[in-house]
Design a binder for this molecule. Structure first.
Ligand SMILES: [Zn+2]
Length: 416
């Protein structure tokens, strides 16, 4: 079977979707359950219907568009990604996996293919944590990684709960029904931009993701004692920021200390109270992000950071409290799906290499309920989450080509 990707049409779809934005072009801002998000969803559903796919939505707005196979009762083959975009982002993050997935299906249809297993395109709700503070909301619920009651209680910056906001956006029904039944997918593949520089630098067309790093994030609150910066003498001070400085450097030292290239630790936020030049800092909040492809190694780093916090607290006479925000598992790709991707690349004569995803994706959570793999395409300078995020139509096309051939092989259909 010859698979021909309609590059112009796909590019047109990407441009059309980018117009649903609360930021001026080329920036894209599309926060979950906003008016622009609703318009983008409507546009996508229309295109799925045009392709003859049967669409449905669950109670949190995850959207499923199914090309029904000849053995419709068999577990399906899934593909897809997200279309929400953080403020002032670009057009490709997530979108390439959704519109690319759709074009892969259309290309197979044009090629006269008939899938045995159904092929299902998924548009996940809120992969980005912008509104509710937690990423991959839709896929966490689908996989049972997040309980419906915990999800319902999540609040946006306005203080509205997910329960209220989703219903206002037209998604009723019970969140209890979002979780997918066991054996729903026999295989899952997500196409995504790399969001890193490796493929472009090495001049390689595609990345086959063998594992997705396990993220953990937590908040550290340090309480010391404030006072007048002049009146209060140095001996006996309990300066919360000095304790924070030691803690930040400890995070760096401990993450480096594993000696593993895949261990990364970052303190991305440091809030100082009261934040005046003539006042000793009395309270500091730090936000820490830890990632690793090996969950045990990451958890060991977490415990070491905790122990160091206790030491710093004791030696400086301050209280240091550590609160977990999320601790997620790493995902390993399925050898069977990687083999299908490899065969597809070889068949199409497209260069590829294996790689690790250090960013997490909806596939991290789908991995809890199905065999998964991801396929990366290069993006210019490795830039993502910025208006100048860019992948060329040719690069996207190559990814879709391999995705289509992989979906064909995983769905075990035949040409008619
Ligand atoms: Zn993404």
């Amino acid at each position: 079977m010859i698979i021909e990707i309609d590059q112009n049409r796909l590019n047109g779809d990407i441009e059309a979707l980018a117009a649903f934005s609360d930021a001026e072009a080329p920036a894209v801002t599309r926060v979950v359950f906003s008016e622009q998000d609703a318009k983008a969803r409507a546009c996508l559903k229309e295109r799925c219907r045009e392709a003859g796919l049967a669409t449905r939505e669950d109670a949190v707005g995850n959207t499923f568009a199914r090309w029904v196979g000849t053995s419709a009762a068999l577990p399906a083959v899934g593909t897809g990604s997200h279309v929400d975009a953080i403020p002032h982002a670009g057009k490709y993050d997530g979108v390439v996996g959704v519109l690319g997935g759709l074009e892969a299906i259309r290309a197979l249809q044009r090629g006269g293919f008939r899938p045995e297993r159904s092929i299902e395109l998924v548009i996940f709700t809120s992969e980005e944590p912008t509104r509710f503070g937690i990423g991959c909301l839709g896929s966490r619920l689908m996989s049972g990684t997040l309980t419906p009651s915990a999800a319902a209680a999540l609040q946006d910056p306005e203080g509205d709960t997910l329960e209220v906001v989703r219903k206002r956006a037209g998604f009723s029904g019970s969140l209890n029904e979002v979780r997918l039944p066991e054996n729903y997918y026999s295989a899952w593949v997500e196409l995504h931009i790399e969001q890193g520089p490796i493929l472009e630098r090495e001049g390689i067309s595609l990345g086959l993701v063998t594992s997705i790093a396990a993220p953990a994030s937590f908040r550290i609150t340090i309480e010391g004692e404030g006072g007048h910066a002049g009146g209060r003498l140095m001996p006996g001070r309990r300066d919360a920021l000095c304790a924070a400085a030691e803690t930040i450097l400890a995070v760096e030292r401990i993450a480096l200390g594993t000696g593993a290239i895949d261990t990364v630790g970052t303190v991305g936020i440091c809030q100082v109270h009261p934040g005046a030049v003539n006042s000793i800092p009395s309270r500091v909040q730090l936000a820490v992000d830890l990632r690793d492809t090996d969950a045990a190694r990451r958890d060991k780093v977490l415990r070491e950071i905790e122990a160091t916090c206790n030491e710093v607290g004791a030696s400086r006479g301050v209280s240091i409290k550590l609160e977990t925000i999320n601790v997620d598992p790493p995902a390993q790709s399925s050898p069977r799906i990687l083999a299908a991707l490899t065969a597809a690349c070889e068949h199409e004569g497209i260069t590829f290499r294996t790689m690790v995803s250090r960013a997490y994706h909806d596939s991290s959570f789908i991995a809890q309920i199905a065999p998964i793999a991801m396929l990366f395409i290069p993006c210019r300078d490795g830039v993502s989450h910025r208006p100048d995020e860019y992948s060329s139509p040719e690069e996207i096309s190559r990814g879709v080509q391999v995705l289509a051939r992989t979906l064909a092989s995983l769905s075990a259909g035949r040409e008619s």
